[in-house]
Design a protein around this ligand. Structure first.
Ligand SMILES: *[C@@H]1O[C@H](CO)[C@@H](O)[C@H](O)[C@H]1NC(C)=O
Ligand SMILES: *[C@@H]1O[C@H](CO)[C@@H](O)[C@H](O)[C@H]1NC(C)=O
Ligand SMILES: *[C@@H]1O[C@H](CO)[C@@H](O)[C@H](O)[C@H]1NC(C)=O
Ligand SMILES: *[C@@H]1O[C@H](CO)[C@@H](O)[C@H](O)[C@H]1NC(C)=O
Ligand SMILES: *[C@@H]1O[C@H](CO)[C@@H](O)[C@H](O)[C@H]1NC(C)=O
Ligand SMILES: CC(=O)N[C@H]1CO[C@H](CO)[C@@H](O)[C@@H]1O
Length: 568
């Protein structure tokens, strides 16, 4: 069932009063991590004990419920659980599951047919959900038990009974057909709603407990959704304006403005930022070269790429020297000047949050989000819990003055984040340069032939960014390439050799039109799986548009996907 607003009373105070054990089931993504940081802060303030269990796949969620069947628990599922039926999980009679998940749409059984499941939803989102009416999708239990009457009564009566049953059956069949159509439409696309951390910020505000730290965690969580391309820039900006603004002015560095003094408090500001990944921790030349906008503008993957970039820089009035130095080593005037020029060139209206703490420098929420995300997803050789803790440490270090702790953050940015951008760029340029993207009826298909680190292929951040970038780059090379989706396949190696990771992005034209970034790729994969169950597909991810496919079934899959998109 849906829990609309009033989260303090119907959710927080309930778990506070209950004497059941509290288990947080946390998906390992940046938004979930930030949400958990805020929630656990509130819980600690109220002396409520809790356990954290980290998950990455559906099967792991199922396993948790299997092993805890006997216990009386309150579960809080963070960024997992909303989109598949939790009825199958056999939640014990004395337990309740609260679900705070930004994946959409909700599974209809979680909405209507499960009293033990409470989905937390902001009232303002209800119309967007387009939930079908309950009587159209959930069958009422029929209470008339006619089965035994059949052989009783006169011949006429028996005939009448049979006739009545036939009519009823027909009605049922018609209802069922209608139900299938309704559900098909309801489940047609998947998308992401407002990041969960924003809901927690609002809950903390209701309890008068918003601090600069909580504000910062929310800023990072929100930015991570943008960096991962889960939400559009329009939606991002709207959330900043509608839901973050009330809190921004509270943590401004008043002292700096008023007295020119620096204090050692944490201050959060909101302001414009170049949409250029980690440039302030790198040099502009490299950041530009790996950036989607500049890559596409200069067609850097062709032989002319280098000349084009130099030409562009001259045009902009930026010297090569300015761009190849570490950004940090430029003078303040130079920085302002260059950033101003690039901002105009990119025609960007992007703004984000910045944290300042004493003299330890300014950090953008966008860069921190990127670092936390990459750290949570890599390396796979570490356990999930270890990665979660490392991500948590990086997030914390962004607002503590400890030089030592900051080192891990800057290290993650300058090694892992840079590497991710480089591999992403390389994959795109190789795909374009070697013409590896082919048209296959209603969609474009990219089959990666070079070997990419396993770690990257399992990272949602990498997959979504790279495929999005790739489709844009591909479309920029010739007109008329904006109306088809791109499906991308990456071969796994090592233990998982013989399997492919398959994902995809919606057509560029669709992405421009839809501020919710709805996608039907996951549904298309599902339909393929239904059409031929002998095709080996693992769809264990919380994101239905990321699956694993057995390499030998590739040809058959490609074929069936064509039919799925064509709608037959
Ligand atoms: C729901 O969202 C609106 C903005 O769309 C916000 O003002 C409100 O505080 C939110 N409600 C809750 C309970 O978080
Ligand atoms: C693209 O191909 C050209 C030759 O066809 C080669 O010189 C260039 O290095 C390639 N670029 C990349 C990024 O692979
Ligand atoms: C930095 O990271 C290393 C390895 O991940 C870890 O052992 C160390 O404790 C971290 N340092 C701090 C200050 O968090
Ligand atoms: C991911 O997307 C964001 C937003 O478009 C972009 O700034 C970033 O460079 C991309 N990252 C990668 C690894 O491609
Ligand atoms: C399903 O796929 C397998 C191979 O992947 C193929 O042998 C079989 O004929 C297919 N079945 C149907 C009904 O299409
Ligand atoms: C293929 C190619 O020309 N790549 C260039 C892309 O841009 C960077 C920076 O300008 C060059 O170093 C590469 O050679």
């Amino acid at each position: 069932m849906i829990l609309e607003d009033n989260f303090r009373q119907d959710f927080y105070n309930k778990i506070k009063k209950d004497d059941k054990s509290l288990v947080l089931i946390v998906s390992v993504d940046s938004d979930a991590l930030c949400t958990t940081m805020i929630l656990t802060h509130l819980l600690k303030c109220d002396d409520i004990p809790f356990t954290i269990l980290t998950v990455e796949k559906w099967s792991e969620v199922e396993k948790i419920f299997e092993t805890k069947r006997e216990l009386r628990c309150n579960y809080i599922l963070i960024n997992c659980g909303a989109t598949r039926s939790l009825s199958r999980l056999q939640i014990s009679p004395d337990s309740t599951a609260y679900v705070l998940d930004s994946h959409r749409p909700f599974h209809i059984e979680n909405v209507y047919a499960n009293e033990k499941v409470h989905l937390l939803v902001n009232n303002s989102e209800m119309s967007e959900l387009q939930l079908p009416d309950v009587e159209k999708v959930i069958q009422e239990d029929s209470d008339d038990d006619e089965d035994n009457e059949e052989n009783r009564g006169s011949y006429e009566q028996q005939m009448e009974n049979i006739r009545r049953k036939a009519i009823k059956r027909e009605e049922m069949q018609a209802w069922e057909r209608q139900r299938q159509r309704t559900l098909w439409k309801y489940y047609e696309s998947t998308w992401f709603s407002t990041p969960s951390c924003v809901t927690l910020l609002e809950l903390a505000a209701e309890m008068n407990r918003v601090s600069a730290e909580i504000m910062w965690y929310t800023a990072v969580g929100l930015n991570s959704a943008m960096v991962d391309k889960l939400i559009s820039i329009e939606m991002y900006t709207q959330i900043c304006v509608d839901r973050m603004r009330p809190f921004v002015h509270r943590f401004l560095p008043k002292n700096i403005i008023n007295q020119g003094k620096v204090d050692d408090l944490l201050h959060i500001t909101f302001g414009r930022e170049l949409p250029l990944a980690i440039y302030s921790h790198w040099d502009l030349y490299n950041s530009m070269w790996h950036n989607e906008y500049f890559s596409i503008k200069t067609k850097n993957w062709t032989q002319k790429g280098d000349t084009n970039i130099r030409h562009l820089l001259t045009q902009l009035g930026v010297t090569l020297h300015e761009t190849t130095q570490k950004f940090e080593s430029l003078s303040t005037e130079q920085r302002i000047h260059v950033v101003d020029l690039l901002e105009k060139e990119m025609d960007s209206a992007f703004a984000t949050f910045f944290a300042t703490l004493g003299y330890s420098g300014k950090l953008s929420a966008c860069d921190v989000a990127r670092a936390v995300t990459v750290r949570l997803e890599m390396p796979r050789s570490e356990t999930l819990m270890d990665r979660y803790r490392a991500g948590q440490a990086i997030l914390r270090s962004s607002i503590t003055g400890e030089r030592q702790e900051r080192t891990n953050l800057t290290h993650t940015i300058s090694s892992n984040c840079q590497r991710t951008l480089q591999v992403s760029w390389k994959s795109v340029s190789a795909a374009i340069n070697m013409s590896e993207i082919i048209a296959n009826g209603p969609y474009y298909l990219f089959s990666c032939t070079t070997s990419i680190d396993e770690d990257m292929i399992d990272s949602r951040h990498f997959l979504y960014n790279t495929t999005g970038f790739m489709l844009r780059a591909f479309a920029s090379m010739r007109k008329g390439r904006t109306s088809k989706p791109l499906i991308a396949m990456f071969p796994l190696t090592g233990e998982s050799a013989g399997w492919l990771v398959v994902t995809g992005v919606m057509p560029i034209a669709t992405i421009y039109e839809d501020s919710l970034l709805k996608t039907c790729i996951g549904r298309a994969f599902e339909r393929v799986k239904k059409t031929n169950s002998s095709i080996r597909i693992i769809d264990d991810s919380f994101n239905p548009d990321i699956i694993r496919l057995k390499s030998e079934d590739r040809t058959r899959f490609i074929d069936l996907l064509r039919h799925a998109f064509e709608g037959d």
